[in-house]
Design a protein around this ligand. Structure first.
Ligand code: SF4
Ligand code: SF4
Length: 347
């Protein structure tokens, strides 16, 4: 059994971690690796479980980790309400999910962001605690791995009781066994997450308040859904915003290079491209590409592949793949005129 003790615990004796992520980013696996490290490596007891929607990719995911001394039993299976450590895998999750719910003013928040801790504090309205930022997307792109090992490295840095060698062992055991070629880049990504974390502590100064924990209620349920669960409004999602499904890369439209051929529109699975009729200059009409409705874009980048203009030359392409955080997506977004239907009463 370990002689290391937990830095703080709740009234039930647990140190608790909540990971807020998007399906496909590997938060569930990160939680499992973390638990394996503390239980098998360090002799703590622990539990790890995740909750997610029906789609495997693109929907919000929560991974919960509970750690306690090795001789303590775990009889609680509910989601983590007041995490000591909150790990946010993607800034976009905060737009649709109340990630700060239940986070107290002495918690540690690790976020995948190119922003600095002051900017993140204002973005998330953090009452107090320590905010740590890591450019996990940038590192994962450079190392050509998923960003979960970067986030694990960053999270590990904030937990003094946790020896990184045990997490590395668990990564070796989990990823190395299945994908041996990916082991070295994942370990490097872990080290970079650990070493490149930028943290700042904020005293609770009244700027923002702690947001109480609440169970999120769905807009539609058994009492008001349409017959058969049919979605009766096209181009629709509850929030009308799929931005949290993107993994940091967007298609960027260059209208001056576009020939309005419509290939992007044909391959897009979510009708994101906006075409409008206009004068063709020959006395007739023609459909013109106006750009992307980013609210529905999940960042699959099929349109980038399909566009025939400027193949092989990034400076001549009509659509390029760009890092989302470097662009003002709200300002770039073009809206479908006929899609401005608001969510109605589905009963
Ligand atoms: S595929 Fe390329 S050239 Fe064709 S309409 Fe789309 S952006 Fe324009
Ligand atoms: S990346 Fe392109 S094809 Fe994919 S959803 Fe967005 S606009 Fe559509």
């Amino acid at each position: 059994m370990t002689t290391v003790s937990l830095p703080k615990t709740n009234k039930y004796g647990f140190y608790e971690i909540r990971m807020e992520s998007i399906g496909g980013m590997g938060a569930n696996l990160a939680g499992k690796i973390l638990s394996e490290a503390v239980i098998l490596g360090m002799g703590f007891n622990g539990a790890s479980f995740a909750s997610y929607g029906s789609e495997k990719k693109g929907t919000p995911v929560k991974a919960n980790v509970r750690i306690c001394p090795g001789d303590q039993e775990i009889r609680i299976n509910e989601p983590v309400r007041e995490p000591h450590l909150l790990v946010i895998f993607h800034e976009g999750v905060a737009k649709n999910v109340p990630v700060m719910a239940g986070v107290q003013d002495d918690a540690v928040i690790v976020i995948n962001s190119t922003k600095d801790p002051d900017e993140v504090r204002d973005m998330l309205k953090v009452a107090g605690g320590t905010i740590c930022c890591i450019d996990a997307i940038g590192i994962s792109m450079e190392e050509k791995v998923k960003l979960n090992t970067v986030m694990l490295g960053a999270a590990c840095k904030t937990m003094d009781f946790l020896d990184p060698k045990y997490i590395k062992n668990a990564i070796e055991h989990t990823i190395g066994k299945k994908y041996p070629k990916l082991l070295a880049p994942n370990l490097k990504a872990f080290d970079r997450g650990y070493n490149e974390l930028n943290c700042k502590e904020f005293k609770p100064d009244g700027t923002y308040s702690v947001q109480p924990f609440a169970i999120t209620k769905n807009v539609w349920g058994y009492e008001n859904q349409a017959t058969g669960g049919t979605i009766i409004e096209f181009g629709n999602s509850v929030q009308k915003d799929m931005s949290a499904s993107r993994e940091g890369i967007i298609p960027l439209f260059h209208p001056d290079r576009c020939t309005h051929c419509g290939q992007c529109e044909t391959v897009c699975p979510d009708f994101c491209w906006v075409f409008e009729d206009g004068d063709d200059g020959k006395g007739g009409t023609k459909s013109f590409n106006k750009g992307v409705e980013y609210r529905y874009c999940k960042g699959c980048l099929r349109c980038v592949e399909a566009c025939p203009v400027g193949k092989g030359d990034d400076t001549a392409k009509a659509i390029t793949a760009e890092v989302e955080s470097e662009h003002d997506v709200a300002a770039l977004s073009v809206h479908h005129k006929e899609w401005n239907i608001q969510l109605g009463d589905a009963s």
